[in-house]
Design a protein around this ligand. Structure first.
Ligand SMILES: Nc1nc2c([nH]c(=O)n2[C@@H]2O[C@H](COP(=O)(O)OP(=O)(O)OP(=O)(O)O)[C@@H](O)[C@H]2O)c(=O)[nH]1
Length: 324
């Protein structure tokens, strides 16, 4: 255990919260009342799971007690492990499929219905930042492989991945980019036509100048992250960082990155023999920052739900998301 990990402490509590959406597609937030921990912050309605209670039963009970509704609990959104100064939390967030009754703040709490894209403008506890990202942002982050000699085939595979629903892609080809920068630039331009056409988001690997030139995001390699004291691009362009330990995650958070990629979680085909950090360690690191984090290393499409259950935004992968 490193020095910075020694602050992990406090009682462990399991909290369930619901994403309640109205007919106008707005999400319900409740304001924590005075005198409670984190008073004044906005949260998803819910509360602690009692001993012996299932999470579903706890959520139905909490929503009945706090809002006066009878809810039907739906699918999991994300379960966020979070370390607070005096407690460790697992915030288990579920969609509410349907409810009866009229929503009222029965504990005197203020309530507000918020369009999804405005959630981030409400002050919320740290554990809720990954929840908001899970509701809004892509759960799969594709990292491209090297194009090799067949650029047309690479573009066709990229298009197939986008058509299969990938909405966030890192254009990465370090050997190709160094070998023939002019050709790489042309290929990026052609790739961006597909990205824009499908309404996806693109980031370029490590090259801030190229991100500026194309008006896209940048994916920071860890050595570059370590040289930065502020976000290298405005809020309108994504900044995601590769992280391998707590120090890098904290730095990514402090410079205002939108998300991080942490791994390898499991051993990968590209680094056979190198052990992954495992899901347990992923959780230990996840809970010490408020950043959305993609799990990298040995991930495939079918692992998104598993990743979400460990507090990840989703998966980042080359092979696992690249067709063919
Ligand atoms: N319901 C809910 N709780 C959340 C969210 N985010 C988050 O950090 N929490 C934390 O989860 C715990 C919820 O427990 P609770 O609602 O029963 O809180 P409480 O005031 O009775 O207990 P506490 O103040 O002693 O912790 C609180 O510590 C709260 O700060 C959220 O979005 N919804």
């Amino acid at each position: 255990m490193s020095d910075s990990d020694r602050s992990r402490n406090g009682k462990h509590i399991h909290v369930v919260a619901g994403v309640i959406v109205d007919a106008r597609d707005r999400i319900l937030l409740a304001r924590r009342t005075e005198g409670r921990d984190l008073a004044g912050l906005w949260e998803f309605p819910g509360g602690k799971v009692d001993p012996g209670e299932t999470p579903e039963a706890a959520l139905v009970r909490e929503l009945r007690e706090e809002l006066g509704i009878e809810a039907r609990v739906g699918t999991p959104v994300i379960a966020v492990p979070q370390q607070y100064p005096h407690k460790r939390l697992r915030l288990d967030v579920r969609r509410i499929d349907a409810w009866t009754g009229t929503v009222k703040g029965l504990d005197g709490q203020a309530l507000v219905w918020v369009p999804s894209h405005k959630l981030a403008s409400y002050a919320m506890p740290d554990a809720d930042r990954p929840v908001v990202a899970a509701l809004q942002d892509p759960d799969r982050y594709l990292i491209t492989p090297e194009p090799g000699e067949d650029a047309a085939r690479w573009l066709a595979a990229l298009r197939a991945a986008l058509d299969a629903g990938v909405r966030r892609v890192q254009l990465r080809a370090p050997a190709f980019a160094v070998g023939d920068p002019g050709r790489w630039r042309t290929l990026v331009e052609r790739a961006l036509a597909h990205v824009r056409d499908t309404g996806a988001e693109a980031l370029i690997n490590d090259d801030v100048a190229m991100a500026e030139a194309f008006g896209i995001g940048v994916h920071l390699r860890a050595p570059r992250l370590r040289t930065l004291s502020s976000r290298p691009l405005p809020k309108t362009q994504l900044v995601i960082a590769s992280c391998h330990d707590l120090e890098e995650l904290r730095l990514a958070q402090s410079i205002g990155c939108d998300a991080a990629v942490l791994g390898p979680v499991l051993p990968t085909a590209s680094h056979p023999g190198a052990p992954g950090i495992g899901w347990e360690r992923f959780v230990e690191l996840r809970e010490q920052v408020a950043l959305p984090i993609y799990a990298l290393g040995g991930m495939a499409v079918g692992d998104v739900a598993l990743a979400r259950s460990h507090g990840a935004q989703g998966i980042a992968a080359i092979r696992g998301l690249w067709p063919g």
